[in-house]
Write a protein that binds this ligand. Structure first.
Ligand SMILES: *Cc1c(COP(=O)(O)O)cnc(C)c1O
Length: 432
């Protein structure tokens, strides 16, 4: 376990969190290399090595730094990027181009050019005219790229249930209307500038139930069958996305990768036999599940306001700028007073940030030890979609990130300085 308690203090991957806070300052993201590596190993053991012709592309939008690219490469995963900036980061870390896949519902011409120049492995085409853009660029450069179509299976998912939505109501993917998808498939098959590899779907995120994955899979397998029958074309690849849930709070019952992947693989193998094609190469795109629980955020407690009979607000020195998820979609977190880790949790408080928004609350009704100004508060499971969604609201500088491993710590992202924050700002002559 990456989180342990010793001498009334929280340790994370062998590091004393109170000392980390002292050494690097707060607020601070702390990422456990051990935890990331364990997740990658689970993917290798229960998917990549268990089934041949498989790949896992880390959805880098969950957490991306140069160092993370190095870890992902070392652990044998591919990388999924969704913007020119993510692609640039991977390039700067010398991540192998053929192992990069490019998702996104509105890739710009410049982003596509960058991807094609770098000879990335796959472009996942997300709209009907995107292939036209790709063809123009490839024609000019004399290149050919591997593409997949992201389709919208029309399955909406949440943790417990799925509802079939109006099939066009998503900004992602190509809707599965016959008059839309089949001309697109024909276009891709015939394109002199694209190798049509197959289909991609991604049903949602933070899922604890495999139902929506399985339901979407059925729909897309039907599409593979139709493509085979109509065009005598067996798509060599199928990307089944990510979305595997993690444990944020005690209420979350996380499942292993195999819970999602084994029944899907069984379905795909059977289907391939049934229609007489070679089983396509299967690609997954886990993001949150690799890094989510591998990260914590350390804060220093400041002002405490006890509104008698109503609520006790305990403020920390960060907030929605370093973790927007509670404010954005009421995401739930848990945490602990890191320097009072063994003390009884006698108080119910609201952990709030320092930003000028009433919604800047990190944890409502947290059970904590008797907190005082200057204590260190650790929020758990902040490794995914915190750093990558951070902002400079209220001109709060972006946090430093420390990578920890078995008691050792190294800085992988420096804290942003005030100077750095305003370095792109210019006062025009008219205001001087
Ligand atoms: C965000 C995303 C993922 C990763 O989702 P997680 O819930 O973080 O696993 C995978 N594929 C696509 C296309 C995505 O947009």
């Amino acid at each position: 376990m990456d989180r342990t308690i010793k001498n009334n203090t929280l340790y994370f991957d062998g590091c004393n969190t109170v000392e980390l806070a002292k050494k690097y300052g707060t607020p601070l993201y702390v990422m456990s290399e051990t935890a990331i590596v364990e997740k990658c190993k689970e993917i290798r053991d229960t998917f990549l090595n268990k089934y041949e012709k498989t790949r896992a592309a880390y959805a880098s939008k969950a957490f991306l730094t140069l160092s993370m690219c190095k870890i992902i490469e070392r652990e044998g995963l591919c990388m999924d990027v969704v913007s020119g900036g993510e692609l640039y980061t991977a390039m700067k870390a010398d991540f192998p181009a053929e192992k990069i896949e490019f998702n996104g519902n509105n890739k710009s011409i410049e982003e596509l050019q960058l991807a094609i120049d770098y000879n990335i492995g796959r472009i996942i085409v997300d709209g009907l005219d995107e292939l036209d853009l790709i063809e123009e660029i490839c024609k000019e450069k004399g290149k050919k790229v591997n593409i997949l179509y992201r389709v919208t299976p029309g399955v909406k998912s949440d943790s417990h249930d799925y509802i079939v939505t109006g099939k066009k109501d998503s900004k992602f993917g190509i809707p599965l209307d016959d008059e839309v998808i089949f001309p697109a498939i024909e276009h891709a098959i015939k394109s002199p500038y694209a190798n049509f590899m197959g289909f991609h779907f991604h049903v949602g995120s933070q899922l604890h139930d495999n139902e929506s994955h399985l339901k979407a899979l059925d729909i897309v397998l039907k599409l593979i069958k139709d493509t085979k029958e109509k065009y005598d074309y067996a798509t060599p690849e199928l990307n089944i996305g990510g979305g595997f849930g993690i444990k944020y709070t005690e209420a979350d019952h996380k499942k292993p990768y195999a819970y999602f992947l084994d029944p899907m693989m069984e379905k795909i193998e059977q289907f391939s036999k049934d229609i007489g094609i070679e089983r396509p190469e299967i690609v997954i795109e886990p993001g949150r599940s690799i890094v989510g629980e591998a990260g914590i955020t350390l804060y220093t407690i400041g002002t405490i306001k006890d509104i008698k009979g109503i609520r006790k607000y305990v403020s920390v020195d960060g907030g929605m700028t370093d973790n927007i998820r509670p404010a954005l979609y009421q995401a739930k977190y848990e945490g602990i007073v890191a320097n009072k880790a063994e003390e009884p949790k006698t108080e119910t408080v609201t952990i709030c940030g320092k930003c000028c928004e009433s919604g800047d609350v990190l944890i409502r009704d947290a059970q904590v030890a008797d907190v005082k100004r200057g204590d260190i508060f650790a929020v758990f499971s902040t490794g995914a979609y915190s750093y990558t969604m951070a902002s400079n609201y209220n001109k709060n500088p972006l946090l430093a990130t420390v990578l920890v491993k078995e008691g050792k710590s190294e800085i992988i992202v420096k804290r942003q300085s005030y100077e750095h924050m305003i370095e792109n700002e210019i006062i025009p002559d008219s205001l001087k």
